[in-house]
Design a protein around this ligand. Structure first.
Ligand code: ADP
Ligand code: LRH
Length: 463
């Protein structure tokens, strides 16, 4: 039996998922799972990258221990964040987390409407204050002068495993440093960041093999495994596993990424104003989508409640406590508030509206507000593209939330197809299967996924 390993690290958890093919179907086995969270140090938010790399290695070892040594492995993570290396190949301090607010000053001082419009025209990437472009431009001179190499988070994990330094294209597109016409780094935007263009690596496409683990890593892990670069941006991998033709895709996890896959980008004025992005995908396809605050809000509510309620329990509580009001989930105030629950309540109180009180009401209000935001985003999407979509394919961990699926079907008045849950891992594995010649291309891979996993359907307009 041949095994292929996806190491998929989201902002809330990471997992090692083994895949093998049996009787023409993909079978998955989750071998290892670990928590992920931002850390606060010296008033800034960072990722605990040494812990995460330790977990990457521990999960690979767990596969080896149970005798399922993968032929290849691939790593994907959330986008935009990066590591800087010095001239000894060592990381320069920590990796900032995208929810850190060190970019605010620069945005305020340097990014006026004109800059903002020019950057969108050049890159097709939506404005998010945490885009790498602004983060890099905000790095202080000490960091910049010591920097010899720039690696995105998955590039950095690949470097620790193999010793090879590359920048993978799909994730690089989220830096907002790539020219949408050429897919290459824009000199003008590199200059905006005041960094040396030599810090960037050779850019590789998903499906590129990095070859063996480094000798040191082979010793640590006890064997050799080929490392293949998938679409290292998790959303890039997730969209590869969307299986419904002509549907809106909603990748539902910490973020809700709502959009479509398209071969030609949309960089119209309407698209910019609605803050839709054109992220780079497999085979130079684009994901034309909008970032919506997503289940981050419920993750934070759960954290505020001391993690006493599982996600399933929160859904159960919400079912018993319908609540009428909705709030603007994409308001920046929900990006990293001290207390999500208090922030939601204040939102209503400031408007002299009734705020949700019980745990069930708060959860209901979060889900319902998300569903309304999806509805608006779909309307914008249809307006910009001139196309109509009658199905929403929800993929990722959030598609297990049946109440939310029902609400989306009702509020958006469209059929909902929920699944696959582990879409990101599947997309990651698909890039490996294509690289290994097990599957011919993306379209054949999608057929394989469709034949292998059950999905659940919800009729539009019903609750
Ligand atoms: P990420 O990759 O961004 O870390 P996931 O795709 O793993 O996120 O999705 C995590 C989200 O899925 C959680 O925040 C939670 O809201 C939702 N979720 C996971 N399991 C369940 C469940 N059993 N019931 C309802 N929601 C769930
Ligand atoms: C989802 C995601 C999303 C990005 C955000 C930073 O995990 O990669 O696509 O916008 O994290």
């Amino acid at each position: 039996m041949k095994y292929f390993l996806a190491i998929d690290i989201g902002a809330s958890s990471g997992r090692h998922i083994l895949c093998f093919i049996e009787e023409g179907k993909m079978k998955l086995e989750e071998v290892y799972r670990f928590e992920n969270n931002v850390q606060m140090k010296n008033q800034h938010y960072y990722w605990n990258i040494d812990y995460l790399f330790g977990e990457v290695v521990a999960g690979i070892k767990a596969c080896v221990k149970c005798g399922k040594v993968p032929t290849t492995l691939g790593i994907d993570t959330w986008a935009v964040d990066y590591a800087l290396l010095d001239n000894r190949g060592q990381r320069i301090d920590e990796i900032y987390a995208y929810r850190d607010n060190r970019v605010d000053k620069l945005i305020h001082e340097k990014v006026n409407q004109k800059v903002f419009e020019d950057i969108y025209q050049k890159t097709g990437i939506q404005f998010q204050k945490f885009n790498t472009l602004y983060q890099l431009a905000s790095d202080n001179d000490i960091r910049k002068t010591r920097t010899v190499d720039f690696l995105m988070v998955p590039d950095y994990l690949n470097y620790l495993l193999t010793g090879k330094k590359v920048n993978e294209y799909t994730n690089m597109s989220t830096t907002q440093l790539l020219d949408i016409e050429t897919h290459q780094l824009s000199k003008e935007l590199i200059d905006f960041c005041e960094v040396d263009e030599k810090i960037f690596q050779k850019m590789v496409m998903p499906g590129t093999s990095l070859g063996s683990l480094s000798e040191d890593m082979q010793k640590v892990i006890g064997t050799n495994i080929e490392v293949v670069v998938p679409a290292t941006h998790d959303t890039g991998s997730a969209y590869m596993a969307a299986i419904e033709d002509n549907s809106v895709i909603l990748s539902s996890g910490t973020w809700s990424l709502l959009g479509i896959e398209t071969k030609t980008p949309y960089v119209s004025e309407k698209a910019r104003v609605a803050n839709f992005t054109n992220e780079g995908g497999y085979d130079y396809r684009y994901r034309f989508l909008k970032n919506i605050m997503g289940l981050w809000i419920i993750q934070e509510v759960s954290r505020n409640l001391g993690h006493q309620y599982s996600f399933a329990k929160l859904v159960e509580e919400a079912r018993r406590a319908p609540f009428d009001g909705i709030f603007d989930v994409n308001d920046d105030r929900f990006l990293k508030p001290e207390s999500m629950i208090l922030e939601i309540k204040s939102y209503f109180e400031e408007r002299h509206q009734m705020a949700p009180q019980s745990v069930g009401e708060i959860a209901y209000c979060v889900y319902h507000s998300l569903a309304h935001c999806y509805k608006e985003a779909i309307e914008e999407l249809e307006d910009i593209t001139g196309k109509h979509f009658d199905t929403i394919n929800i993929i990722g961990g959030g598609c297990q939330n049946e109440l939310l699926n029902e609400m989306i079907a009702k509020v958006c008045k469209r059929k909902v197809v929920a699944g696959p849950i582990e879409a990101t891992a599947l997309g990651n594995i698909l890039a490996q299967l294509i690289q290994q010649g097990v599957v011919n291309d993306l379209s054949e891979g999608r057929q394989l996924i469709k034949a292998s996993f059950e999905v659940k359907e919800y009729k539009g307009g019903q609750l």
